[in-house]
Design a protein around this ligand. Sequence first.
Ligand code: ADP
Ligand code: ZN
Ligand code: ZN
Length: 731
Amino acid sequence: MRIAEVIVDITNSQVDKIFDYEIDEWGKVGMRVFVPFGNRIIQGFVINIKDNTTVEKSKLKKVISFVEDYVVIKEELIRLMHFMVKKYHLRYADCLRLFIPSEMRSDTIKPLFVSYVKINDKIDFQDYKKNIRANAKNQIALCNFLEQNILYKKTKLIEQFSRQTVKKLVDDNVLIESKETIYRQPDFNKIEKVSVVHTPLQNRAINTILSSNDTFLLFGVTGSGKTEVYMSVIEDVIKHGKTAIMLVPEISLTPQVLANFKARFGNEVAILHSGLSAGERFDEWQRILFNRAKIVVGARSAIFAPLENIGTIIIDEEHETSYISESNPRYNTFDIAKFRKDYNNCSLVLASATPSIDSFNKANCGEYKLIELPERVNGKKMPKIQIVDMLTELRNGNSGMFSSVLLNELDKCIKQKHQAMFFINRRGYSSFMRCMNCGYVAKCTDCDVSLVYHKSENKLKCHYCGKRYKALTKCPECGSESIRNGAIGTEQVVSKLKELYPNVNILRMDNDTTRTKNAYQKILTEFANSKPGILVGTQMIAKGHDFKDVTLVGIIDADQSLYHSDYKSTEKTFELITQMSGRAGRAKDEGIVILQTYAPRHYTYRFIANYDYKSFFIKELNLRKTTMFPPFTTILRLLFTAQVDETVREITKMCYNDIKKLRDDRLNDFVYLDVMKSPISKIKNKIRYQILARIKNENKDDIIEKIYDICDKYQNGKVSIFVEINPQNLS
Ligand code: ADP
Ligand code: ZN
Ligand code: ZN
């Protein structure tokens, strides 16, 4: 007897188990099946096939049929599922859903076929022709036509000779039909393949990556030609009969990038991102599944592409937080990439101009191999970054949002018909409070992170420990009463600029202006054609873009992310401003960056202005060490959500008590533990509580395992518990 282990496609913790079904000889591991479940018939995934079962014979049910006649989840991904379930405590069904296009589950997308017809060579065609009635003109014409032509699209024949005629010949078994799949492919701009001569540094990088199956950190300044390195590595890998995955943050998957890859690799590339239509996504995925595409370029979820025999995995802009999935199913793309690297025994390349502290630390410790590209390919210097003290401006009577230096540079830029980019760094839903006289920003006395102002309660809160403080009315440092909660928005900046330059095209790009499909592209194209022109935007404009005529970058309020309530805020500030600066002076004209701040002496800005990532890294790492933050510790957040406040609170409390017991047994492993309402205490009517812990790294796996066990104990239908390890934000 053949027994299939099946995961039913329902995401409900109660049924997230492996069920045994009898399956016939056609069944293979990785196929989707229809199975009886309770009194329904539902879809499931076969994850294993075995010879026997402990289920009683009378209770054993049979697989009814197969959803497709091919394997949709290959061996490697089934193993990956087990890995993810164990590592992140996910449900099987949630994992499996990641591995196939969502359209497949709803059954709304089908492969597209085209029918061809040709003459059946098993019959005597001439004989048949002779016997056609003389008045059947169409039929004769069709036969004559077919004699000259071997294979024809059925629809074309129908157009020419009528449906009836074609049908008659098919019915008479003179014409036979064959079906071929058509792959719907996303549009892309067709451009010529460009051949460049690699710089010696690029060559060294390419050769190093190709020489071993290690994990590499490619640390290359903006414009150092990293993309060229990726493409050459991929080219070599393909030449050796292997496949490649390249991940790019969604926002950087611009038509330009895709066109470059298509120009170089043609149909060997499949593209997976959210801008595709359902049909395109399904077909691109099918091309990968059936080994027709060998290179996958895509956003985060492309890491699950069903490629086999992978030769390299490349993660561009590795510092991007979007590589961490923050909603169910939660996972970290690096873990998945590492798993696939090990499974395929291939290279893994993480690349960035501003690597995350964590990755650079790993390179520093030898866990990753460091490769550097410290110069721009065209020899252009990085643009000068000029720091402007906004408090001095204020004292000199300029209370506006633009410093005199910035206004000056902007004037020059516009007169020369160049382009400018103004960056407003606005994150999240709330902001810090700042003294406009001395620049003081309130911090948590326990955590040394900035406090977040919660307008609704008029309180300052620490997002790490939950401690609450009175909102400031007077500066504790200098006594001034000019306290502002410091957020400037893109809209404000645009309207101010329009007053100044009514005849210049000024565009805005942020979450509000890019809601509709293609809006993002439209704005970028319009900006590219506006000379002079100004683009005002949030982080969206900071990365990847290659506008040749941008000579001025204005960072309106650099401090916004510096004072975000997050131990990574300096790291993120360094990254954002460096990336943003990289947009200026990329082609022939030199660029300048004006960085406006209320804290001009902050070490982060000094390192940014000198393009000195390494010194920044050393300083930052030391700080993390003294304050016991990652990578020296691990932060755990357990998020509890449910409709009813009492229910969540109760479960959270019980869970907390258990963890507290664990902490008391293992005092040495815990740096911090507390329970609190989440900073955003309610989302979509669900009440949110959280337990925060910081634990030392030595025994973290063991502790995390125990904490998962505790969560499992309390996880029930009413409350959902999410465990996050080193979460990106704590809201
Ligand atoms: P990065 O990703 O490191 O910021 P890119 O890969 O976007 O840099 O390269 C910047 C520009 O330099 C691109 O227009 C690219 O075509 C070009 N380029 C890359 N390598 C070379 C080279 N060896 N010679 C000339 N131009 C190059
Ligand atoms: Zn003050
Ligand atoms: Zn605190």
